[in-house]
Design a protein around this ligand. Structure first.
Ligand code: FES
Ligand SMILES: [Fe+2]
Length: 377
């Protein structure tokens, strides 16, 4: 592990013009993965979905933060809370999927919790002298809402997400994505290391090639722009402007807030480590990654539509089905790429090659990982 981290640190200090992709050991080492859990996933803010998915008291979502299953619930105070999704009896996972409920009953011995995480019933425990139901509450972790996104962290000391992403706010604010309406949330598992997927999503270099049949068709690489303020510690992004012929990605005539070129411009932020989205004037779609070891990643994948676009549809269900089918095709194109890169990273003769200027964000991700993984050694 030390050798890999030394290479990562050396690479992170290089300017982009002299940078390569990360040392391949970083994608396949179990020791690195354990260090990622300790230094990244249990310390940084992780996106668990969108707040509009759970608008009512008693609505809930589930999300695994590496080895920690979480329950995101809109509590009786009408605020979203994140708690351990693990029973206080013999550690069974309490809930799966999402839905609406008045209580959570453990599927093992039926210990029952209210939506605020308090144990309210446990049968046949009357002879257990060390048991007092009134003291039992599911552990809670921090949960904050940022422009419609739910972020959670196990780190009590973490800087509030609003402060961490303050430099992103002027870029995303004009889109008012907090008002976009979520149309689906889906979870699937790919055979790859999570970092291949983060790196894949953040760069547009592959779009005209790997996505030539979908999102790459109306994409001009020379229209890519990066922030001329420089790079940021906790996120990166690029923008790209769609041509007027693109079927999606432009502001609807009823959108009166975006002006000029912004009406055709999309933003592609990556919030380190694992939250990526494409924010267009008419829709957004996102990924939030949940690593399941070095070789598997569970992907939370969803989309949301600008309200004026949804309101203009004659057949909303058909529109949603078509949008979903299109984005599923894009996902499938990415799955092919990132599963095969992971195979390449394990090949004896493979090496990490030099980056293009279009992969500026990949180098910024390298630098973020170096800050997190190489510190304290
Ligand atoms: S593990 Fe939940 S009730 Fe026994
Ligand atoms: Fe892609």
């Amino acid at each position: 592990m030390d050798k890999i981290l030394d290479s990562l640190k050396t690479l992170a200090c290089k300017p982009l013009a002299q940078a390569t992709a990360m040392p391949k050991g970083i994608y396949v080492s179990p020791e690195i993965h354990q260090r990622e859990k300790d230094n990244i996933f249990y310390r940084d803010w992780i996106c668990a979905g969108r707040a509009d998915e759970i608008p009512n008291i008693g609505d809930y979502l589930t999300f695994d933060l590496c080895d920690q299953p979480l329950l995101l619930v809109r509590g009786s105070d009408n605020v979203i809370h994140a708690r351990a999704n693990v029973c206080l009896h013999r550690m069974m996972r309490l809930a799966t999927g999402s839905g609406h409920t008045k209580k959570f009953t453990c599927p093992y011995h039926a210990w029952t919790y209210n939506i605020d995480g308090k144990l309210i019933a446990a049968a046949y425990m009357d002879r257990t002298t060390c048991f007092d139901r009134h003291n039992m509450q599911l552990p809670e972790i921090r949960c904050e809402i940022f422009h419609g996104w739910i972020y959670v962290t196990m780190n009590k000391e973490a800087v509030p997400i609003e402060n961490l992403l303050v430099d992103l706010v002027p870029i995303i604010q004009p889109y008012h994505m907090e008002h976009y309406v979520t149309i689906f949330r889906h979870q699937h598992i790919w055979q790859t290391n999570w970092k291949h997927l983060t790196e894949n999503f953040m760069e547009g270099y592959h779009l005209p090639v790997a996505h030539k049949n979908t999102v790459g068709a109306h994409f001009g690489l020379m229209d890519t722009t990066f922030d001329d303020r420089g790079s940021f510690d906790n996120f990166t992004y690029q923008t790209f402007t769609k041509s007027g012929t693109a079927p999606v990605g432009s502001a609807h005539p009823d959108n009166k807030t975006l002006q000029g070129k912004a009406r055709f411009t999309s933003i592609m932020p990556t919030i380190f480590p694992t939250h990526m989205y494409v924010l267009a004037p008419d829709h957004l779609w996102y990924l939030s990654l949940q690593p399941m070891g070095v070789d598997r990643v569970s992907i939370l994948y969803g989309a949301a539509i600008a309200p004026e676009v949804l309101a203009a549809q004659n057949d909303v269900d058909d529109y949603i089905a078509k949008t979903r089918a299109f984005l599923d095709d894009v996902q499938e194109e990415d799955r092919f790429v990132v599963e095969n890169i992971f195979k390449g990273a394990q090949a004896p003769l493979s090496t990490s090659g030099p980056l293009s200027w279009l992969e500026r964000e990949n180098h910024e991700f390298t630098q973020y990982l170096a800050r997190r993984l190489c510190s304290g050694r």
